[in-house]
Design a protein around this ligand. Structure first.
Ligand SMILES: Cc1cc2nc3c(=O)[nH]c(=O)nc-3n(C[C@H](O)[C@H](O)[C@H](O)COP(=O)(O)OP(=O)(O)OC[C@H]3O[C@@H](n4cnc5c(N)ncnc54)[C@H](O)[C@@H]3O)c2cc1C
Length: 430
């Protein structure tokens, strides 16, 4: 059954911004809106700015997974080992158009540097902290949005192409086990009984029962925006172009010439955050990992859980209004037009892996993941002003980590002891 989406709340025009604000949040994606909801709950008057609208960035059509078991950073020797194989497949999980290589090179070098064992251990510890906090805070965020009924404890099923691939994944499951994450490996008939409809070529899988999903990322993000607007937050359609610290606040210029002064500012502009930070003197190596998917309204099959085709870098996500197939990683920056052949390549593979899948009539999408080279977000204050807090760079995990991030931002702004160690997430760590 196709579910009608809620309409995004109306946004005020940029010239409606008052001269003075309490808190301005830049970005109406899931991170900015979660921060706004938490700050509002703490009694702050919040204004959220976005130049495109609510959930028009990466938060619009992601894979809907609350991937609480994903504590292994992408920047790891495991990924480096896969890169050569992936690069030889032009429509495979990873692509880097040659023209973008010079721009991407500094980020790639930092990525390789982050694959050293000491940093991988630090990243795992920090991701485990973030995920534990996410597990604790997610129910609060979804209650603030009033969408508790749109959370689904579906679990996930990771699938392997071969026994060799399953064996290679063993070390990563040992790490998860050490962090208290439960899972169950399934083989042959047990696997096919658990997940009917799979191609018989699959003989190994891992079920993670603690994985959750939302009904649809756009739906929950829009409803969250409606909820905070209903409680008095102002949502304005405006593009922040520059910030200037003042003795008692922050001056914020918006495109078109408007200016407002805020007590505090949160920069949560996803993959577009870097120029704003740079203008404040913070050089943060943010890049984008572009991902693609196709949403099938009549997929012809019903899945109870998210399926992860890890050897191919994509997932199948059952949503309230269909089945979404996608993922992938294209390092092509913010400006290049989408190459939807990447979405179609994943769909073709999905048809092979799920033979009953009806791939007709899908809706294609491309989104910009905001990514730092060490696979950790930035959550911390600008060196230019303690009144500017950064909350961006959540890469593949922004939906999962939104509530934890909002909790940390609220703690930072209140001068409270943060719930987790923020050193690995500091903006000046690079
Ligand atoms: C294919 C794909 C699948 C994914 N699957 C998952 C998943 O299953 N689970 C998960 O946890 N994560 C997933 N992610 C990652 C997740 O979508 C992102 O990490 C998350 O959406 C980032 O949220 P954000 O609010 O930081 O950024 P965005 O949602 O991109 O929001 C940033 C907003 O800032 C606005 N903005 C930018 N510049 C300005 C400015 N100067 N002034 C005003 N506004 C501005 C933009 O218009 C945008 O609306 C996936 C991503 C992709 C691409």
């Amino acid at each position: 059954m196709v579910t009608a989406f809620p309409s995004p709340p109306p946004l005020s025009p940029p010239d409606s911004l008052a001269e003075k604000q309490d808190v301005v949040v830049i970005g109406a994606g899931i991170i900015g809106l979660a921060c706004a909801a938490y700050l509002q709950e703490a009694g702050r008057q919040v204004v959220v700015l976005d130049d495109k609208g609510v959930a028009e960035g990466a938060s619009k059509a992601n894979a809907a997974g609350l991937a609480l078991s994903d504590i292994l950073p992408l920047a790891s020797p495991r990924t480096l080992r896969q890169v050569p194989r992936w690069f030889f497949d032009p429509l495979g999980p990873l692509s880097l158009p040659i023209g973008y290589l010079p721009r991407m090179l500094p980020w790639l070098l930092r990525f390789v540097y982050a694959c050293r064992p000491a940093q991988v251990s630090r990243s795992i510890a920090s991701l485990a902290d973030l995920m534990a906090l996410s597990r604790q805070e997610n129910p609060r965020l979804w209650a603030l949005a009033g969408v508790e009924d749109k959370l689904r404890p579906t679990g996930s099923l990771q699938l392997y192409d071969s026994r060799a691939s399953f064996r290679r994944a063993g070390a990563s499951w040992a790490v998860r086990s050490a962090h208290g994450i439960s899972f169950e490996h399934l083989q042959d008939d047990d696997l096919h009984r658990f997940q009917p409809g799979l191609s018989p070529s699959f003989r190994h899988g891992t079920h993670v029962p603690g994985w959750e999903m939302v009904s649809d990322p756009y739906e929950v993000t829009v409803v969250l925006a409606q909820a905070i607007q209903g409680r008095g937050a102002v949502l304005a359609k405006a593009k922040a172009v520059a910030l200037k610290p003042l003795p008692d606040g922050v001056r914020l210029d918006v495109e078109g010439g408007g200016t407002t002064i805020a007590e505090d500012v949160v920069i949560a502009a996803g993959a577009w955050s870097q120029p704003l930070a740079k203008g404040l003197g913070d050089r943060i190596p943010l890049e984008t990992e572009r991902g693609y998917n196709t949403t099938l309204e009549s997929p012809g099959i019903t899945l109870e859980r998210q399926l992860i085709f890890g050897d191919h870098g994509f997932v199948a996500s059952p949503l309230s209004h269909g089945l979404r197939i996608g993922g992938g990683d294209e390092l092509a920056g913010l400006e290049a037009p989408p190459n939807y052949a990447r979405a179609r390549a994943m769909l073709t593979k999905a048809k092979k892996f799920l033979p009953e899948l009806n791939t007709e009539g899908g809706f294609e999408w491309m989104g910009h993941r905001p990514s730092l080279p060490d696979s950790l977000p930035v959550v911390g204050r600008s060196k230019a002003s303690p009144r500017v807090v950064y909350a961006f760079g959540h890469a593949h995990l922004g939906l999962t980590q939104a509530a934890a991030t909002a909790c940390l931002v609220r703690e930072l702004m209140a001068g409270a002891q943060p719930s987790i160690d923020l050193a690995p997430l500091r903006p000046d760590r690079f």
